[in-house]
Ligand binder design. Sequence first.
Ligand SMILES: Nc1ncnc2c1ncn2[C@@H]1O[C@H](COP(=O)(O)OP(=O)(O)OP(=O)(O)O)[C@@H](O)[C@H]1O
Ligand SMILES: [Mg+2]
Length: 375
Amino acid sequence: MTKQILPGATLGVLGGGQLGRMFCVAARTLGYRVVVLDPDEESPAGRIADEHIKADYLDESALDKLASRCDAVTTEFENVPAQSLRYLATKTLVSPSADALEIAQNRHNEKQFALKAGLNPAPYYFIQSDADIEKAIETIGVPAILKSATLGYDGKGQAVINNSEELVSAYQSMGKVACVLEKKIDLALEVSVIVARNSAAEAVSYPLAENQHRNGILHLSAVPARIEEPLADKARQQALALAESMDYVGILAVEFFISGDGELLFNEMAPRPHNSGHYTKDACVTSQFEQQARMMCGLKPGDTRLTSPVVMVNMLGDLWEPDWASLLAHPEIKLHLYGKKEARPGRKMGHFNVLASDIEQALHVAKLAFEELER
Ligand SMILES: Nc1ncnc2c1ncn2[C@@H]1O[C@H](COP(=O)(O)OP(=O)(O)OP(=O)(O)O)[C@@H](O)[C@H]1O
Ligand SMILES: [Mg+2]
């Protein structure tokens, strides 16, 4: 019987961004106390937590303090040093594990792992030095995308490659760090699945989100995704298999491509709640953030049922100061702001969820409301 951590206990989170903030709200709603570790004085989560430990993720005395306060610790940020999780795990309950985090932190590792779990990554070649360049382009062909193996997000650390000269210069400008060269897929659609799994191996999956990007950043997620049910089911089963293969505990987001000929390809995973899962806050019985708290506490997974078709739209710093009154004049819109002080282009400031009786209507209102914001 796994130990259950019940309301009234204290939960810790590494990272104080918007994901941590939404976790804090959900955990506190369930009656937990929350402690955030983040170096930033003004971090969105730190400002609303019961306690904010302002320190570096590698600061051992800060990690000691976090461990001494918390019955369980999780992360909202995948680039937290795995060694910090490993250290914390000697003192308190930690999920996801440092091992799982390490897999997800490296594109090469995660693709290998996905392959082993029976998923189908887009064709790729691992580049470790200049010597691999020729073979990489021969194997993958063009067009291709060069991605740094670690530390990429929101399309950063990526370059489209059309010939070997471009590959040489892109690899050079990435500082010759380890990279993967990936075949550029002719995309019919992008989808993602959130799965949740606890230490008793009880696992659930959420409905698929259909994702649209702008400039490499998620723009909107529409749920349910407009794909055939057997394909959606296959994606959910694969995401669950991936979690199972890592003995994963927590929330795992898995991104897939659907190619022009209907093939389901693994893109990447995130060992935490995901931007494309923000729709769950208003349109599922259990949000991904409540689910994160449940998983780290060894509780039963909450119901993942969709209660309404929904479209989630990201609000970036590009369109600040928005016309809040006109946005909120739409009765079917639910607004979520992250409390960030400074709006910068590309910075995720908030999102809104549009609830409607069908997905086309939700998309229609989402487009209208977003155009009003852009004016
Ligand atoms: N092999 C590919 N073929 C076609 N499009 C791709 C490919 N790889 C990436 N893209 C496009 O670029 C987007 C970002 O890529 P990816 O998910 O690898 O990067 P990321 O920086 O980790 O993004 P994020 O953290 O926002 O998910 C994808 O969602 C997709 O639209
Ligand atoms: Mg991605």
